[in-house]
Design a protein around this ligand. Structure first.
Ligand SMILES: NC(=O)C1=CN([C@@H]2O[C@H](COP(=O)(O)OP(=O)(O)OC[C@H]3O[C@@H](n4cnc5c(N)ncnc54)[C@H](OP(=O)(O)O)[C@@H]3O)[C@@H](O)[C@H]2O)C=CC1
Ligand SMILES: CC(C)(CO)C(=O)C(=O)O
Length: 319
């Protein structure tokens, strides 16, 4: 299976790097400035599952059309941030042949409409990942904690397919924890509702789960936030299974837990955040279903204020 990975950041760098390390045919599509460093120095992974410096194939968007024409790609792993999606879709387009599948592992659900419209629903798989990872100052990929799993499946067929089987095989060879799911929509809503509560809660409080829970109303706050997200999932026709709810609640209310959402890391670094595509989108889906979600509304308001301040500061520093 010949794979193109868009983005060598936290998620794409980790999963693509492990696949390349195991000998899979992986090409990274990165911004022009990163091509030479990756070619010369390889991709550096720092991970509790094993550090590595991996020789990788890296291309820029300008180089991709010729490469894809010479040898078409079977799968594109899409791992950009949601706010970079439009340009990313333009950039991967030359790699999309008649048989090419696209597997997004972005958080949230909003990107599916854009992917379907651009490439056709039949090409677009459902995907998500559980990992805490980020790009370090020198382009290295920092995997911050043990879990590193990827879940994927066909969105319109519960029997699986040759392409999901081939990707599962590649993950197995690379030692990547993975789930080839026959019901990816359920998995997506389970992750989306958990992640939204985690992102809204940790960003609003600027604190890890453990620090929030240590406060007098912290436990009740996290539970109430998660309940709002569960209500939206139910209204969307994808109620989260009881076992998944219990697992999520245990994580969202775990004493001493250092866990934060990746959104809080981005916010603390003064970077753009995927607030609109995660917290805002959950709130708007709830509103469309007639639900009241006051905690999500507070978090969304807070994140909008952060974004407005960030954009204003950027405009002042580069007039
Ligand atoms: N990080 C985490 O722990 C987790 C993240 N997620 C989700 O995964 C998605 C990806 O996040 P993450 O990996 O952290 O993001 P990162 O910002 O770490 O990585 C994304 C990479 O994509 C690159 N990129 C964006 N657009 C293009 C383009 N057009 N051409 C080439 N490269 C491009 C960026 O380049 P550049 O650096 O030059 O901007 C960046 O290196 C998000 O939706 C996030 O919410 C899900 C689970 C955990
Ligand atoms: C929930 C979590 C930590 C799982 O990978 C995540 O997706 C994020 O932080 O963005």
């Amino acid at each position: 299976m010949r794979m193109l990975v868009l983005g060598a950041g936290g998620t794409g760098g980790y999963f693509g790097g492990r696949l390349a390390q195991a000998g899979s045919d992986v090409t990274f599509l990165v911004r022009a400035a990163r091509v030479a460093p990756l070619r010369e120095r390889g991709l550096q992974l720092r991970s509790p599952l094993g550090d590595a410096r991996i020789a990788v194939t890296a291309v820029s968007a300008a180089e991709l059309p010729a490469l894809a024409q010479a040898r078409p790609f079977d799968l594109v792993l899409l791992s950009c941030k949601a706010y970079d999606l439009d340009i990313a879709l333009d950039d991967i387009a030359p790699a999309i042949a008649a048989h090419t599948g696209v597997l997004p592992i972005l958080n949230g659900l909003r990107h599916y409409a854009a992917l379907d419209a651009r490439f056709g629903t039949e090409r677009v798989l459902g995907g998500l990942c559980f990992i805490s990872a980020m790009k370090g100052p020198d382009g290295e990929v920092l995997h911050l904690g043990r879990p590193a799993s990827i879940t994927f499946g066909e969105r319109f067929c519960d029997r699986g397919s040759d392409r999901t089987a081939a990707f599962a095989h590649a993950c197995a060879q690379a030692g990547i924890d993975h789930v080839r799911s026959p019901c990816i929509a359920q998995e997506q809503w389970a992750k989306y509702s958990f992640l939204t509560a985690l992102a809204a809660g940790t960003c609003l409080m600027r604190a890890s789960v453990g620090r929030i829970i240590a406060g007098e109303s912290g436990d009740a706050f996290m539970r109430a936030l998660y309940r709002e997200c569960l209500a939206v999932a139910t209204a969307a026709g994808e109620p989260v299974a009881e076992a998944a709810q219990q697992a999520a609640l245990a994580t969202l209310t775990q004493a001493d837990s250092p866990l934060t959402a990746s959104m809080l890391r981005d916010l603390q670094a003064g970077q753009p955040v995927e607030a609109e595509q995660i917290v805002g989108d959950m709130l708007h889906r709830g509103a469309t279903a007639g639900l009241s979600t006051p905690l999500l509304a507070a978090a969304w308001c807070h994140l909008q204020a952060y974004e407005a301040k960030r954009v204003a500061a950027a405009a002042v520093s580069s007039p």
